[in-house]
Design a protein around this ligand. Structure first.
Ligand code: TYC
Length: 106
């Protein structure tokens, strides 16, 4: 145990090496509202590409529908990029205007 009465305790005369552990930046994946994509399609997207259960998928879809946008998950850059590409490709192939984007976390 360090002796608190000793002025040289507590690293005072030692080089303090605060280890700055760098975490990789994380990215929010956002789903945007539009007037044409069917609600069931959005729920299916949330279940299929984000592994979200049915009830929560319905909740998130309704949040986007009412508020215009919602965060559907937070991932590393590469995973977020893949999710966005998968959703955009599936929406395009299904001829729905659904938009999915990513944004760096603060
Ligand atoms: N607003 C759409 C509708 O009324 C439903 C919808 C929800 C579309 C979420 C996109 O990300 C979205 N059919």
């Amino acid at each position: 145990m360090a002796d608190k009465s000793d002025p040289d305790s507590e690293n005072d005369l030692l080089t303090k090496t605060k280890s700055k552990t760098q975490r990789p930046p994380m990215y929010k994946v956002l789903l945007l509202n539009d007037d044409y994509t069917p609600m069931e399609f959005v729920v299916h997207v949330l279940e299929r590409f984000f592994g979200i259960g049915h009830s929560q998928a319905v909740e998130i879809m309704l949040t986007v529908h009412k508020k215009g946008v919602a965060v559907v998950g937070v991932f590393s850059y590469e995973i977020a990029e893949t999710k966005v590409a998968q959703v955009m490709d599936f929406a395009r192939r299904s001829q729905h205007p659904l938009q999915c984007t990513m944004e760096k976390e603060d």
